[in-house]
Design a protein around this ligand. Structure first.
Ligand SMILES: [Mn+2]
Length: 316
């Protein structure tokens, strides 16, 4: 798809539903809000859908009230998906209802399987889906408002880890600069992400550093159970916050953090540095992501999951 094809598709649609991946992150919401702005600027009605809990920290940046709760598929003649390119990565609550619908996918993840009924606009070299959307708006000569520049900036910061990860390049900074010129409130974004730690979160961070195990070489891992979280008055969202933090330890090239989301169901977040690839391992275990940030799911109790992680260390 070219930008003008996308414009045509959006203009031709009567009503568009916008989705991102399950367990939304900053980039997911940044890109969702960005395409909402795109649709509305082109005069097409749209609604956003995402399944999240009320205490999601993203809601301190992105207004909750713009999300619609109930998805009635007959009301939409085009589905716009951002920051993922597989229906499998969309929340169970919606996935079945999206099958057979006309899809338009805007993303920055590498594609493995091609969805039927879908048009694609994928730029895997871009740091974030938010940046892909920003450049699309720019190519279509749509002027961004300060409010939406802030949302897209948040997406950029999220996926680059505040311009730290190797997906950061000169274009990322050019994009950031343009967003600031468009009025993005960068301090608001930084306040929410980097200056809002609670004491309970600080204690969880302490726990994660203290309990970290390693394979005797360059890989460290940790399992955090629901019981651990309850004891620390912490949430799964809080654990995710510190995965990048653990990747700062110079002794390890790979970090694997498993956290229990439902009884005996764990999500594993992987991060790497020094060029180590975590995508391959995540992919082999049914997950996805990027070379240096990926994830997959695993089931079992804390002990079993810890053993599995130990075994997975050998796969790198
Ligand atoms: Mn992303």
């Amino acid at each position: 798809m070219t930008p003008s094809n996308i414009k045509k598709k959006i203009c031709e649609a009567k009503q568009i539903a916008i989705f991102g991946h399950l367990n939304p992150d900053l980039d997911c919401f940044g890109a969702m809000f960005g395409v909402k702005y795109l649709c509305e600027s082109l005069g097409t009605k749209c609604d956003m859908f995402s399944n999240f809990s009320d205490d999601l920290f993203l809601l301190n940046i992105f207004p909750k009230k713009v999300f619609k709760e109930k998805f009635i598929k007959e009301n939409y003649d085009l589905i716009l998906i951002v920051d993922c390119n597989l229906l499998d990565r969309i929340d169970d609550a919606y996935r079945e209802n999206l099958k057979g619908k006309k899809l338009l996918i805007i993303d920055h993840h590498k594609q493995n399987i091609i969805e039927d009924n879908a048009d694609f606009y994928i730029e895997p070299q871009k740091c974030s889906a938010s940046m892909v959307v920003f450049e699309l708006l720019e190519k279509l000569k749509i002027k961004l408002s300060a409010e939406y520049a802030t949302y897209i900036f948040a997406g950029l910061v999220g996926d680059t880890g505040r311009f730290l990860h190797t997906n950061t390049d000169a274009d990322t900074f050019i994009c950031a600069s343009k967003l600031i010129n468009a009025g993005a409130d960068i301090q608001k974004v930084y306040d929410v992400i980097y200056r809002s730690l609670t004491m309970n979160q600080a204690k969880l961070r302490d726990f994660m550093f203290t309990k970290l195990q390693n394979n005797g070489k360059n890989i460290c891992y940790l399992t955090v159970s629901i019981k651990d979280l309850d004891k620390l008055h912490a949430k799964v969202e809080d654990v995710k916050m510190f995965v990048d933090e653990l990747n700062k330890i110079k002794d390890y090239d790979v970090v694997m953090i498993a956290y229990e989301t439902k009884p005996n169901e764990f999500k594993v977040s992987l991060r790497s540095k020094n060029g180590f690839d975590v995508f391959g391992v995540a992919n082999r275990h049914g997950g996805g992501g990027h070379k240096m940030a990926a994830g997959f799911s695993i089931s079992g109790d804390k002990k079993a999951v810890g053993k599995k992680l130990k075994a997975i260390c050998e796969e790198f």
